[in-house]
Ligand binder design. Structure first.
Ligand code: PTJ
Length: 248
């Protein structure tokens, strides 16, 4: 039991969710390592949603609202961290949710889908199609989901799949706390924010933007430059470290 008044309560609860996810065979062990790397980046970003992330989150939501077949790809980490919020976002932007994992087993995919269902999220996971050009298990997709998607939201992704999704003509929105990762650099829109803050924020944006016209949504998306966002994220880290130096 983590005491509520612990100064790092949120962070400890998040860790506990992932550890529990591993115990239940939902999250991959490697997911804990990946989360540790994410935590380190979150720390030097100030553990809050920064302006560059807010901008990317808004553009991402507008892109999903404009899409014909938007899909939210869910892996073992995302499934335990933000299952309810994934369902909310999918509903508002009218996206399909698909289970897609790097460390593949049919049993784990089914467990993730069952877990999501407990939160009212019915996820695709047939694994009846393959993304050509990708050798990892992430190539295994659903014919009704990622296979035909025009916009894919990929929280905690690996660069290889991001590249292949793009080669298949899809727009990719990544959520990755590491602005230097290959995924961050490959995506069309990179949200440098913790998935536990990013998805709820995207739900808020979705509520705000859902009734806008296509022209209005397009004006949000046009002129967006992901390289600027990544440069701002790196500047954000520098700023935070400079300010931290003053309080030491
Ligand atoms: O469930 P599976 O089998 O698909 O496996 C999932 C992991 C995460 C293990 C797999 O996708 C993987 O190995 O990912 P990587 O290549 O380690 O990349 C994970 C990226 O996500 C890193 O750049 C981390 O900084 C970032 N990250 C980790 N936790 C978070 C995060 N970004 C946003 N929010 C987080 N909570």
């Amino acid at each position: 039991m983590i005491p509520k008044d612990h100064p790092r309560y949120e962070s400890l609860v998040t860790r506990e969710k992932l550890v529990e996810g591993v115990r239940r065979g939902i999250t991959a062990l490697e997911g804990l390592i990946a989360h540790g790397r994410g935590e380190a980046f979150d720390y030097i970003l100030g553990e809050r949603t920064r302006e560059f992330a807010l901008k990317a989150e808004k553009v991402a939501v507008a892109m999903m609202l404009l899409a014909k077949n938007p899909v939210i790809s869910v892996n073992g980490n995302t499934a335990v961290l933000v299952p309810k919020e994934i369902g909310e976002l999918a509903e508002i932007v009218n996206a399909r949710v698909e289970v897609n994992v790097f460390h593949y087993s049919r049993e784990r995919v089914n467990r993730i889908a069952d877990h999501l269902l407990k939160f009212g999220v019915s996820a695709l996971c047939a694994g009846d199609a393959e993304l050509e050009g990708l050798s990892s298990a992430r190539r295994i997709v659903d014919r009704r989901g990622i296979f035909i998607a025009d916009v894919v939201l990929v929280p905690l992704e690996d660069g290889d799949r991001c590249e292949i999704l793009k080669r298949h003509g899809k727009k990719v929105i990544a959520i990755d706390l590491n602005p230097l990762s290959r995924t961050a650099r490959m995506a069309d829109v990179t949200i440098v924010d913790n998935v536990i803050r990013a998805i709820p924020k995207m739900v808020e944006f979705a509520r705000e933007l859902r009734d806008l016209s296509r022209d209005e949504l397009e004006s949000i998306v046009s002129n967006y430059d992901n390289r600027t966002t990544l440069a701002e994220a790196i500047e954000g880290i520098k700023e935070y470290l400079e300010s931290a130096k003053r309080i030491i």
